[in-house]
Design a binder for this molecule. Structure first.
Ligand SMILES: Nc1ncnc2c1ncn2[C@@H]1O[C@H](COP(=O)(O)OP(=O)(O)O)[C@@H](O)[C@H]1O
Ligand SMILES: [Mg+2]
Length: 335
């Protein structure tokens, strides 16, 4: 994990306990006999980033639509900025902004016209609408493209315009439904930067994603949605502690050296095909030094040594193992 979210986390913890921005208990939603949400509880403190993580079809968009008053739940209690969407939908709508999975941008008009239209919808006075539009277009690096039809925008530009439009109403709570799906790596990083800036401004962000890495980068707290239920929740670090799997992996080019090492070293997991040995390890300096000393003492010379610490992929695949078929090979961090 990079330093930035940690810093943000430190900055936000002081306000985190103060007020609850989003709370839901026992959320249920079915379509016909298909149960999409089967008793979902969520709690998002003000000024934090919450990530609802799940694969395609998990029910992320359904949850966002319910919490943002677009559809109603079959059962469950909800409070958004203290308001109940069932009885006070307008109060909820006044507090939130939603950037849906599918763009709200009108491609036939320019980026600027899209923004001004938004300002009109929020009943901003003309001059104020103009000011907010110019400011947000500049903030999202869209000033040069402001007078081009949105149809000519790249995917990343359209997402930025979409978020800029959401911010016209100065919402304190923002729902971002898969804001980076389909974006190229550079645009994805720009989007992450935008999300971090929102949080620095004190906005609460409810982010859905299928990317574990994204939740790891951005979220103060993560809930994994699977089979209509939250199967795990916590910080990225807490979730990672749920799974074992930290190890040091030794790889050999020479089958003879591999066999000798496998004979010498206890507590290893062999992979005879790949000529690799895995030694359980938490990846700490102390354990690494012990392993290196041990290798020296046994006169074992591996061709590569890699440290694997459990990441959110491990957590996700462990939690969803019952229905997830193939597991991609684990990410290795070469130290
Ligand atoms: N209006 C609808 N009618 C019937 N089924 C729906 C409707 N909306 C969503 N679903 C189903 O609910 C499940 C969850 O969908 P969705 O919330 O869009 O998942 P996600 O956003 O996590 O990909 C899917 O199986 C989807 O087909
Ligand atoms: Mg969706």
């Amino acid at each position: 994990m990079s330093a930035a979210p940690r810093r943000l986390r430190a900055m936000t913890t002081t306000t985190a306990t103060a007020t609850t921005a989003i709370a839901a208990t026992g959320l249920r939603k079915s379509y016909g006999d298909k149960t999409v949400l089967d008793g979902v509880d969520l709690h998002v403190p003000e000024g934090t980033v919450f990530s609802l993580l799940g694969p395609n079809g998990a029910g992320k968009t359904t949850a966002v639509k319910i919490l943002s008053t677009l559809i109603t739940a079959d059962a469950g209690g909800i409070r958004i900025a203290g308001h109940d969407p069932a009885t006070h939908p307008d109060a909820v709508r006044g507090a939130i902004g939603v950037t849906g999975q599918f763009s709200a941008v009108d491609n036939l008009i320019t980026g600027e016209e899209n923004m001004l239209l938004m300002a009109d919808l929020h009943h901003l006075p003309r001059r104020e609408g103009r000011r907010v539009t110019d400011e947000l277009l500049a903030r999202f690096d869209l000033t040069d493209a402001a007078r081009e039809p949105a149809a000519a925008y790249s995917g990343g530009m359209r997402r930025r315009l979409d978020i800029a439009m959401t911010l016209v109403g100065s919402p304190r709570i923002i729902f971002l439904d898969e804001p980076t799906t389909g974006l190229d790596p550079r645009s994805r990083h720009t989007m992450w930067h935008i999300i971090r800036e929102l949080v620095t401004d004190g906005v609460t962000v409810f982010l859905t994603t299928q990317y574990l890495e994204e939740a790891d980068e951005l979220a103060d707290s993560i809930a994994v949605l699977h089979g209509g239920r939250i199967v795990a929740h916590g910080t990225a670090d807490e979730l990672k502690r749920l799974v074992p799997g930290g190890h040091v992996r030794l790889r050999f080019e020479d089958p003879g050296a591999y066999e000798r090492a496998a004979g010498e070293l206890r507590e290893t997991v062999r992979d005879d095909q790949a000529l690799t040995l895995q030694i359980p390890s938490d990846g700490s300096q102390r354990e690494l030094r012990a392993i290196l000393d041990w290798l020296d003492a046994a006169d074992v010379h591996a061709d590569t040594l890699t440290v694997h610490t459990p990441d959110l992929d491990d957590v996700f695949f462990a939690l969803t193992a019952t229905t997830t078929a193939a597991r991609p090979s684990p990410k290795e961090n070469v130290r």
